[in-house]
Design a protein around this ligand. Structure first.
Ligand code: GDP
Ligand code: IMO
Ligand code: MG
Length: 438
């Protein structure tokens, strides 16, 4: 196995951090290629539990060089704080490389993110308020500020002054919010420049050189397929290319270098923020009732479904094979890592959504129109559970109860991709390898 892209196949929080950490030792580089500190990736090893937002989850292995690629948006303060946190935990960050071309999240991006969400009111996206969207907006508008701009105070001041002319007008006149001064922005960003400077690199060149030397690269996606700016449930998406294709543009490595695409899928589905979610089991506080509300609450509490970045309660629902098939297509998945199977041990019966129904029509594939997705009613297949049987100590697929094996087989059949990794607990060791390491 050589170069692998690891992507979230649902709406994020599928367990990408755990699986990246698990397989990172097989690679020479672990590269984040999109997103920013909207991500929250959890890595658990023994009694250590780390939440990473920007630095690749491969940081715990000394052999792998962690890289923040050009497609990432970087909040300098968050980056430096995360480096200090990791160093405090005994994981030195001196190997970390950061692309000079990555864009910088500025204080006004965060203010604009909050203000625009507030203005949307009940139509809000439910962003993480980390300034992600406004930063990518500036990148696309060709007015962004990049990591390399932090190197030269004169250039930085000039670019900030130009940006503030527009940002301050929007903040004040459109949103009635506070404005910023150039000095204030410089004071907020430049102290971090000296810490970041030794890590700045031409990462695209570095990675291509590494490929020529036969080195292996793992691309760690953030967010998930349904949050992708092109392929997700627009406009309820993030502002970057989370899908496998984004790994090429977000790192500067050609697509032909990618050998395998590993989709991370929870054995059920969660979503944070607003937007359509056909298999959602509505909570009582959101108008849910009956068995669905009971199941949703159980999934949330057993799965500890609270956001790593914002602490928000995640919306929960049954596994959706329609989106699993879609994710298999738009990412070109070669493998699935099925996570959190242990959470389903709490249920008598388990449902899988095999298709949607809308206006009398059956949809086997992801509907083209957002309005269909909004009104889609899941068509479920019910499978027997393995309630009460502890699967968290299983060490091989064959040790799982027959019902759990059948459930995995059904997911594989419906998505057309083999689950070569099955995760039965948050720890690195709670993982069943089924041909991933072939
Ligand atoms: P990511 O954003 O995709 O990296 O996922 P998050 O870290 O946001 O959320 C996944 C959560 O599930 C974390 O708390 C993980 O420690 C936890 N987790 C990962 N795999 C498993 C698993 O197989 N079983 C259980 N019970 N928890 C898991
Ligand atoms: P990881 O990498 C789950 C969601 C937000 C919101 C939408 C847009 O941990 O899986 P943004 O701040 O990006 O503009 O918000 O995307 N979102 C995530 N949901 N996991 C994430 O990251 C997410 N990053 C963003 O909740 O709905
Ligand atoms: Mg997460």
């Amino acid at each position: 196995m050589s170069n692998v892209v690891l992507v979230g196949a649902q709406w994020g929080d599928e367990g990408k951090g755990k699986i990246t950490d698990l397989i990172a030792r097989e690679f020479d580089f672990v590269v984040r290629y999109q997103g920013g500190n909207n991500a929250g990736h959890t890595v658990v090893s023994g009694d250590k539990k780390l939440a990473l937002h920007l630095i690749p989850s491969g940081i715990m292995y000394e052999n792998a060089i962690p890289v923040i690629g050009n497609g990432v948006v970087v909040n300098p303060q968050v980056l430096v704080e995360e480096m200090r946190m990791l160093e405090g935990e005994g994981f030195p960050c001196d190997r970390l490389k950061i692309s000079c071309d990555a864009h910088v999240i500025m204080p006004y991006h965060i203010e604009l993110d909050r203000a625009s969400e507030f203005k949307l009111g009940k139509n809000e996206i439910g962003t993480t308020n980390r300034g992600i969207g406004p930063c990518y907006q500036d990148k696309a508008a060709r007015s962004g500020i990049r990591i390399q701009d932090l190197l030269d105070e004169k250039v930085f001041r000039m670019k900030v002054a130009a940006a503030l002319e527009v940002k301050n007008a929007i903040l004040e006149k459109v949103y009635g919010k506070r404005t910023f001064t150039v000095d204030e922005i410089c004071a907020a960003c430049l102290p971090y420049a000296e810490v970041i400077r030794p890590h700045m690199a031409e990462t695209a060149m570095m990675l291509n050189e590494a490929l020529r030397d036969g080195k292996r690269i793992l691309f760690e996606g953030a967010q998930g397929t349904l949050l992708d700016i092109d392929h997700g449930t627009y406009p309820f998406v993030t502002s970057s290319s989370c899908c496998a294709g984004g790994a090429a543009t977000g790192s500067g490595v050609g697509p032909a270098a990618i050998d395998r695409v590993l989709g991370i899928e929870k054995a059920y589905v969660t979503r944070v923020g607003a937007g359509p979610f056909p298999t959602e089991l509505l909570y009582p506080e959101n108008g849910g009732e009956g068995q669905d509300a009971v199941d949703g609450d159980l999934m949330c509490s057993v799965g500890h479904e609270y956001g790593v970045t914002t602490g928000r309660k995640r919306r929960c629902g049954w596994f959706d094979a329609v989106i699993a098939r879609y994710a298999a297509e738009v990412n070109g998945l070669t493998d699935i890592a099925l996570t959190k199977l242990d959470v389903l041990s709490a249920f008598d019966e388990i449902k899988i959504c095999v298709a949607y129904e809308c206006n009398g029509e059956r949809y086997e594939y992801f509907p083209m129109q957002q309005s269909v997705l909004y009104h889609a009613k899941p068509i479920y297949k019910t499978m027997p559970g393995w309630k009460g049987q502890d699967i968290t100590k299983a060490t091989a697929f064959e040790e799982l109860p027959q019902a759990a094996q059948d459930y995995i087989a059904e997911i594989e059949r419906l998505s057309g991709v083999k689950a070569t990794i099955v995760s039965v607990g948050p720890d690195r060791h709670q993982t069943l390898m089924r041909g991933w390491d072939r």
